[in-house]
Design a protein around this ligand. Structure first.
Ligand code: NAD
Ligand code: TYD
Length: 353
């Protein structure tokens, strides 16, 4: 199998207070072979939550920098102050529905923010830059087929088009300026610490609270689900062993219709709370479809399996059970998140759907 091409000593993680970025930082501090420093640059938007890292970092090797990627001076200062030799870029506006209601933040953070980071690297070309992206850049599949790394980009929401634009910038900076870059395009993640606006955490919390479970359209849209820690492991492998200039697809080999996901969740919540399924089934509510709703995503991840020896380690049943258990065990996290922007935004945008 491949060996390390890079051994970063001082990593700048952007968006490390978010769902996947925090899983990545927790992984770094679990990995005994990593003895370097981590600087977490995050603007702490509605989706950023430092509680996601509490108790999981070695404070002597960790710094938090509250800064906005749109602020070039702040980006430069963080890179300079911490002698960064590797950037792992998670920070983004990440929710498709929000991008439909207000695309500007997506363009500014996802495109301009990535551009600012790349400019900082262009001035310091010893830095390796890893860009975390999504399978949504490839567009929507019919009933068959899989996205490969050579599938042409065809983004269809403001979110996915902003991610596609940032991916193209990364590729351009590699080819034009010779920067050392890698890119990963991952399918839908789920797991603990997931902000409850996305399908799985929203449905879990609504089950707990006896609120409607809103399924968009006919519920037949298909996503390929991956447990968040498997994604974090894939990113860490690509950072160390991925070939510069290459992109790697990451997926769970776990295609499910949304309606199947909701039923699997109901099974899990009913089992873990020892309540009848019917209590939750009656909450299922079919609502108006998302505009431009992509029908199916599915990933061919054979390249990262073959080249880097990665494979998803959590199966969906176990991953869902671990996830539901985490939300059951963390009412304080839920209360804190809900006291913020989450309910207000959902209520304003989804009332009556
Ligand atoms: P998230 O919304 O949970 O977290 C995003 C983080 O970025 C937050 O901590 C937020 O405060 C921070 N942030 C946002 N704007 C910022 C700015 N201007 N400056 C600095 N920090 C800012 O997102 P996530 O689900 O953890 O996704 C992380 C990355 O992974 C994103 O790039 C996303 O496109 C990609 N991705 C996500 C999924 C998924 O299923 N969630 C799948 C594939 C790829
Ligand atoms: P989401 O978690 O928003 O991720 P993405 O849009 O990036 O795939 O949505 C996953 C799927 O679930 C998507 O097909 C939209 C659907 N969905 C619902 O049916 N109801 C909901 O309340 C949400 C948030 C999503």
């Amino acid at each position: 199998m491949s060996t390390d091409l890079r051994t970063p000593k001082s990593i700048l993680v952007t968006g490390g207070a978010g769902f996947i970025g925090s899983a990545f930082i927790r992984l770094l501090f679990r990995d005994k072979s990593f003895t370097g420093r981590v600087t977490n640059l995050d603007a702490l938007t509605y989706a950023g939550n430092l509680e996601n890292l509490a108790g999981h970092v070695d404070e002597s090797r960790y710094t938090f920098v509250k800064a906005d990627l749109r602020d070039m001076k702040a980006v430069e200062a963080a890179v300079e102050a911490h002698a960064i030799d590797c950037i792992v870029h998670f920070a983004a506006e990440s929710h498709v529905d929000r991008s439909i209601h207000g695309p500007r933040d997506f363009i500014e953070t996802n495109v301009l923010g990535t551009f600012n980071l790349l400019e900082a690297v262009r001035a310091r070309p010893a830095i390796h830059f890893h860009h975390v992206s999504t399978d949504e850049v490839y567009g929507s599949l019919g009933d068959t087929g899989l996205f490969t790394e050579s599938t042409p980009y065809d983004p269809r929401s403001p979110y996915s088009s902003s991610k596609a634009a940032s991916d193209h910038l990364v590729s351009a900076y590699h080819h034009t300026y010779g920067l050392s870059t890698t890119l990963s395009n991952c399918s839908n993640n789920y797991g603990p610490h997931h902000f409850p606006e996305k399908l799985i955490p929203l449905m879990i919390l609504n089950c707990f609270e006896g609120k409607p479970l809103p399924i968009y359209g006919d519920g037949g849209n298909v996503r390929d689900w991956l447990y968040v820690d498997d994604h974090a492991e894939a990113v860490w492998l690509v950072v160390r062993r991925g070939r510069s200039g290459q992109s790697y697809n990451v997926g769970g080999k776990c295609e499910k219709k949304n309606v199947e996901v909701v039923h699997a969740l109901i099974d899990t919540v009913a089992r873990l709370t020892q309540r009848p399924r019917a209590d939750f089934e009656k909450l299922i509510t079919y609502v108006k479809d998302r505009p431009g709703h992509d029908r199916r995503y599915a990933i061919d991840c054979s390249k990262i399996e073959r080249e880097l020896g990665w494979a998803p380690r959590h199966d969906f049943t176990r991953g869902l059970a671990d996830t539901v258990r985490w939300y059951l065990d963390n009412p304080k996290w839920i209360a804190n998140v809900k006291s913020g922007a989450y309910r207000t935004w959902l209520d304003q945008n989804y009332a009556g759907r």
